[in-house]
Design a protein around this ligand. Structure first.
Ligand code: ADA
Length: 569
């Protein structure tokens, strides 16, 4: 299930979810289309979507994995193959032909195959989950980077003239919206074709016209509309609009929400009203599914997060599923979306490497393209904890921010810094996120007060004194079930103590606009990286969750619920 609503009523689509042939290729034999024949044993079966590290004998496997699936067409068809997320490097082959390569992990990529003949076809994907200095995330990272096809593979059957793109923008003046609908039509025909183009919302026709498309042409078309008395999407009170664009043989459905985003007096304003953000950091990860987090569990996750009293979630540290964002849209939560640059141990030189920079830019473009219409998305974040004290980071960040602003002027651009008192990037952003662990990695939890005083002074000096500041990470580990009479290190009691003290300090600071606790649930750590960098990862897990990895509440959950539910403004 990709979305909570249908994206097409006319276009025929099919998910290739289910059993695929799979073989790991630890020696990276570089086999071509006949690879299965060269393996001494028959391939195993793996369910797609999933992560191979959740299967027996592959807990730690990092490297190459080959997937194969048969596709059968009853007649010749134009097909589009969409890979909604594959970890790392992917090479896709159809009937032995290389369709293309993609690097990424959490965003979709696709291939168009016009006039694919009737009959049986063999689809093969070679994926490589290996991390190195120039991958994103790079080789030192504090979460387990599962391998595999982690989100659905979709097969679409396209008509000769199809809707390639539907992008909806709007400007709000009071309750009136000026809507601009950008349409891209593409012809796969050798002759010209005319079609009727109809745009409707909630079943009501808003616009219709006849369009001519020449043979093989791509046509860009803009439809302008004025909508009166729009119902605004608000935090806790969401209102959504579902637009359908259709031609005679194709359609595309997108859902949006109308709202404005601004910042003022250190706060985030939604529709002109300040919202104090009460949030958690969420990895889309589970011990049984890895990153292939099932939609059913997302519903429960959402219920738990709402029960906690949250009005926002940070998608740490990578673009999360569209299904999850649909749920946030429908429930009126604010979302922070970021690309997986995790910079705590990233060597400084890496951010100046063209390959690394290009990968980051592509990830930004794909993230924004994928999640553009979700009203819940308020923040685009470009990196987490890189060395923000350096000129290299400055130049890199300018390039990333430049791209975000080119692609989307309606949202806030942000990042998370671990060097708040030395950071030279403060003036570049609309919102500043601070990650700090007083009470855990450094000093007493009360240390936050002095740090924040110094930070505010410094922000003022750098000309960023009015920029809203969010506490994007803070907390400590609490091993589930370890409770006692006093708050010992690693106990649930100590974790609850740090988190509650920190929340009270932040709430008393008028320059802080919201809090994201690290983290919602315990997650599996990357042992290679953890053993080198962290000695505190008991069980090989990052145990700073308010709930454990199976979403059972710790003491900190109950304390935070009490606090978040009492913050009513
Ligand atoms: C960092 C990082 C998180 C996590 C956290 C921790 O701030 O952004 O991903 O690693 O520290 O638990 O130490």
């Amino acid at each position: 299930m990709l979305r909570t609503f249908r994206q097409h009523n006319i276009r025929v689509t099919e998910l290739l979810d289910g059993p695929w042939d799979f073989a790991k290729d630890p020696l990276n034999a570089g086999l071509e289309e006949k690879w299965f024949e060269r393996f001494p044993h028959s391939p195993q079966t793996l369910y797609v979507p999933s992560c191979w590290n959740n299967e027996l004998g592959m807990y730690e496997y990092e490297g190459v994995g080959w997937y194969r699936k048969k596709i059968v067409l009853a007649s010749e068809q134009h097909v589009r193959l969409i890979f909604h997320a594959v970890q790392g490097h992917s090479d896709v082959y159809l009937d032995g032909q290389h369709l293309g390569y993609h690097y990424g992990g959490f965003t979709p990529f696709e291939f168009l195959v016009p006039s694919l003949a009737a009959g049986e076809h063999e689809l093969i994907i070679r994926t490589d989950s290996t991390l190195d200095r120039f991958t994103i995330p790079s080789e030192q990272v504090d979460w387990f980077h599962y391998g595999g096809i982690i989100r659905s593979v979709e097969l679409q059957f396209l008509p000769d003239l199809y809707i390639e793109q539907l992008k909806i923008d709007y400007e709000l003046q009071g309750a009136e919206a000026e809507v601009s609908v950008q349409v891209q039509l593409r012809s796969l025909l050798t002759t010209a074709l005319a079609t009727r183009l109809v745009l409707s919302e909630g079943g009501q026709e808003l616009h219709a016209e006849d369009v001519q498309v020449k043979a093989g042409q791509i046509v860009n078309h803009v439809i302008k509309l004025r909508l009166a008395d729009v119902r605004l999407w608000n935090v806790g009170k969401p209102e959504l609009y579902t637009f359908q664009l259709r031609t005679e043989h194709d359609d595309k459905i997108e859902r949006i929400g109308f709202r404005t985003i601004e910042t003022k007096d250190h706060r985030i304003l939604i529709n002109g009203a300040p919202v104090y953000l009460k949030g958690v950091n969420r990895h889309e990860e589970h011990p049984e599914w890895g990153f292939a987090f099932p939609p059913k569990l997302m519903h429960k996750e959402l219920d738990i997060i709402l029960e906690l009293g949250c009005n926002t979630v940070r998608g740490s540290h990578y673009p999360q599923s569209s299904y999850w964002l649909d749920l946030l849209d429908e429930n009126g939560l604010v979302f922070w979306s970021e690309i997986p640059i995790w910079g705590c141990f990233l060597p400084n030189e890496t951010v100046s490497e063209p390959l690394f920079r290009d990968r980051a830019l592509t990830m930004i473009e794909e993230m924004i393209g994928t999640h553009y219409h979700h009203p819940s998305v308020v923040f685009w974040s470009v990196h987490n904890e890189i060395d923000t004290r350096t000129q290299e980071a400055y130049a890199f960040t300018e390039a990333l921010i430049g791209l975000v602003r080119k692609l989307d002027t309606s949202r806030l651009v942000t990042y998370a810094t671990m060097h708040p008192l030395e950071d030279i990037l403060l003036p570049l952003f609309d919102v500043i996120g601070i990650n700090k662990y007083f009470g855990w990695y450094e000093g007493e939890v009360s240390g936050f007060k002095g740090m924040l005083e110094q930070f505010h002074q410094r922000a003022e000096q750098l000309g960023a004194g009015d920029t809203p500041v969010l506490m994007t990470e803070f907390g400590g580990a609490g091993l589930f079930g370890d409770v006692g009479w006093e708050p010992r290190l690693f106990s649930e009691d100590y974790q609850a103590h740090i988190v509650t003290e920190a929340l009270n300090i932040f709430r008393a600071d008028p320059k802080i606009g919201g809090t994201y606790i690290w983290q919602f649930a315990d997650i599996r750590g990357d042992l290679k990286s953890s053993s080198r960098n962290f000695r505190d990862r008991a069980r090989g897990f990052n145990n700073k969750g308010l709930v454990n990895e199976y979403r059972k509440p710790k003491q900190s959950f109950r304390e935070v619920r009490r606090i978040y539910q009492s913050w009513t403004d």
